[in-house]
Design a protein around this ligand. Structure first.
Ligand code: ATP
Ligand code: MN
Length: 480
C-alpha cells in the first residue's frame, strides 16, 4: 500500500511543519552523505531529504545514488537551507530501485538535447523535459476543456484510412501482404490489394478532417485530437512523421467565425498553461534566455518567453489577405536586397517559411492570420471565392515557428466542389461518402487543424519539434 505517500509538489506548496510524511521519488543528488535532493516528477523542485548522521547503515547509504528510487519517511520541518521552505528529516529510508552510479548516463553537467533524445527514459527526469511534458499535458487538458465548455463533441476519427485523396502529405502504407516480392499482382504489375487485410489499399491518416465534416453535419460542432502521420522527408525543426493534431469542424461558420474561434482557442490554451504551469514556464524562460545568449545580438528575440506569451494572449492577431502579404513581401527591403532564398516576384506563389517568419517576426511582430489564398496552392475542399481566383483559406503564423494552424471555410456547394475535384484529378467515386454531406442537408461550415507539437513548441520556447514529443518519429529515426 503506497497510499500514504505525499507528492512533492503538494508538500512544497504549504509551509506546514511538524508532521509525519512519506515521499517517494528518484534521487537527483546526494551530498555529504546527508542531503538527498529527491524528485517525483510532480514539480521541477526537489524536496530535500535529510539523513541524520549515523542513522543509516553503510550498505543503505551506499545505495543512495543518483537515479535510485527511494521511499523516505520522517518529519517535515522548516528548512534552514535557502530556496526551500520545508524539508524532510528522514527517520527511515527504503531503497525501491537501485541505480548503478557508474553506469548512470545522466551526469550533473548539462547534456545536449540531442544526447537526451537517445535516452528516452531518463530524459523525462531532467528539469527541461520535466517542464516541457508537464506543459504539454496542461495544453492537452486545456484543449479538451475549451471545446467541452463550448459544447463540441470529441470525435475519434480513424487512424487507418482508405482515403488517400486529400493530398495533405505523403502517406505511410498499412498492409499485411508479404514484402518479399510475392504479394499478388494485377495484370499491369501493380499490387493487388484484394487479398490484403482490408481488401483494399490503406494508409495511416494524414488528417481527420473529411471524417470530421461528416460528424459536424450532425452534431454542429466537433473536434478531433489524435495522431496523424506524414511520410514527408522533411528534416526540419517543425516537422515530425508522427504528430498530434486538433481539428475542430463547425457547421454554420464562415471564414471569419473560423478565425475568431481559432484565435480565442489559441489564447485560451496559452493562458491556461500560464496560470497552471508558472514555475515550469519560468524555468523554460530562463533556459531560453541562456540559449539565446549563444546567438549573435541581432538574432536574439526581443521578448522573453513569458513576455512573449503575455503579449500573444493580450493582443489581437493581425489579419491580412494573401494578396496584401505578397505586396508587403514584394516591396520589403529583404526581398529587394535578395536576402530570401525564394524571391517574391509574383502573385500566386506558395509562401515559404522564411516569408511567413518575416511577416510575423520582422514586419508585424505578432501572430498573423493570412486569408484568401490562390486556389491553386490550396486543397480542393476550400470554399471558392467570387473572384474565381482565391479560396476562403486561413493560416495562422506564429513567431519563431511559422504555420501553426491551417484552416478554411469548406465548399458546401456540390457542383462547385465536384467541379474543383475534377480539375484537380481527385477521384470523386472514392470520396462518394464525403460528397454525401453535400447531397443531404449541406450547410456552410468551416474548420481548422492545429499541429499540437507546434503550439507546444511555441509555449515552451523549444527550437526543435523533436524535443516536445515524448518519442519523436522522423526520417531514419523510430527508436523506443
Ligand atoms: P507545413 O507547411 O508547415 O508543412 P502543412 O501546410 O503541411 O504545414 P496542414 O496540412 O495544413 O499543414 O496541417 C495542419 C497543421 O498541422 C499545420 O498548420 C501544422 O501546425 C501541423 N503540421 C503539418 N505537418 C506537420 C508535421 N510534419 N509535423 C508537425 N506538425 C505538422
Ligand atoms: Mn507540410
Amino acid at each position: 500500500m503506497f497510499g500514504k505517500r505525499i507528492k512533492i509538489k503538494e508538500l512544497l506548496l504549504s509551509d506546514n511543519v511538524n508532521y509525519q510524511a512519506t515521499v517517494m521519488g528518484w534521487v537527483r543528488t546526494f551530498r555529504n552523505n546527508q542531503f538527498i535532493a529527491l524528485n517525483d516528477g510532480s514539480t521541477n523542485n526537489n524536496i530535500q531529504v535529510v539523513v541524520s548522521l549515523g542513522s543509516l547503515d553503510d550498505i543503505t547509504l551506499k545505495r543512495i545514488t543518483t537515479g535510485a528510487c527511494i521511499k523516505a519517511t520522517g518529519e517535515i520541518i522548516a528548512s534552514l537551507g535557502k530556496g526551500q521552505k520545508v524539508e524532510l528529516n528522514a527517520s527511515s529510508i527504503e531503497i525501491l530501485g537501485d541505480s548503478d552510479a557508474e553506469k548512470f548516463p545522466l551526469q550533473p553537467k548539462k547534456h545536449s538535447l540531442e544526447f537526451l533524445r537517445e535516452i528516452a527514459h531518463l530524459r523525462f527526469r531532467t528539469n527541461t523535459f520535466g517542464a516541457i511534458f508537464r506543459v504539454r499535458h496542461s495544453l492537452a487538458f486545456a484543449i479538451h476543456d475549451f471545446f467541452n465548455k463550448k459544447g463540441f463533441v470529441y470525435l475519434h476519427t480513424p487512424i487507418i484510412t482508405a482515403s488517400d485523396a486529400e493530398g495533405a502529405g505523403e502517406m505511410f502504407k498499412v498492409t499485411t501482404l508479404p514484402l518479399d516480392g510475392t504479394a499478388p499482382r494485377n495484370e499491369d504489375g501493380s499490387i493487388n490489394f484484394k487479398d490484403d487485410f482490408f481488401g483494399r489499399n490503406t494508409n495511416l491518416t494524414v488528417s481527420g478532417q473529411l471524417e470530421g465534416e461528416l460528424a459536424a453535419m450532425a452534431f454542429s460542432d466537433i473536434y478531433t485530437f489524435g495522431p496523424t502521420f506524414r511520410a514527408e522527408n522533411s528534416n526540419t525543426t517543425r516537422h515530425l512523421a508522427e504528430f498530434w493534431m486538433i481539428e475542430p469542424e463547425m457547421a454554420f461558420h464562415d471564414l471569419e467565425d473560423n478565425m475568431n474561434l481559432a484565435e480565442e482557442f489559441i489564447k485560451y490554451i496559452i493562458r491556461y498553461a500560464m496560470e497552471n504551469n508558472r514555475e515550469d514556464l519560468e524555468f523554460l524562460s530562463q533556459r531560453l534566455e541562456e540559449e539565446e545568449k549563444q546567438k549573435p545580438q541581432n538574432e536574439r528575440s526581443e521578448l522573453g518567453l513569458i513576455q512573449k506569451l503575455d503579449f500573444v494572449v493580450n493582443n489581437d492577431f493581425e489579419r491580412i489577405t494573401y494578396t496584401e502579404a505578397i505586396d508587403i513581401l514584394k516591396e520589403c527591403s529583404h526581398n529587394k536586397k535578395k536576402k530570401f532564398n525564394y524571391l517574391i516576384d509574383k502573385w500566386g506563389i506558395d509562401l515559404q517559411s522564411e516569408h511567413e517568419r518575416y511577416l510575423v517576426e520582422k514586419h508585424f511582430k505578432k501572430p498573423v492570420i493570412l486569408t484568401n489564398y490562390p486556389k491553386e496552392i490550396k486543397a480542393f475542399y476550400m470554399r471558392q471565392n467570387d473572384d474565381g481566383k482565391t479560396v476562403a483559406a486561413m493560416d495562422i503564423l506564429a513567431p519563431g515557428i511559422g504555420e501553426i494552424v491551417g484552416g478554411s471555410q469548406r465548399e458546401e456547394r456540390f457542383d462547385k466542389l465536384t467541379e474543383r475535384m475534377k480539375e484537380m484529378h481527385i477521384p470523386t467515386e472514392e470520396l462518394d461518402w464525403y460528397l454525401d454531406t453535400r447531397r443531404f442537408g449541406a450547410c456552410p461550415h468551416a474548420g481548422f487543424g492545429l499541429g499540437f507539437e507546434r503550439i507546444v513548441q511555441f509555449v515552451t520556447g523549444m527550437g526543435n519539434i523533436r524535443d516536445v514529443i515524448p518519442f519523436p518519429r522522423y526520417p531514419k529515426s523510430a527508436s523506443f
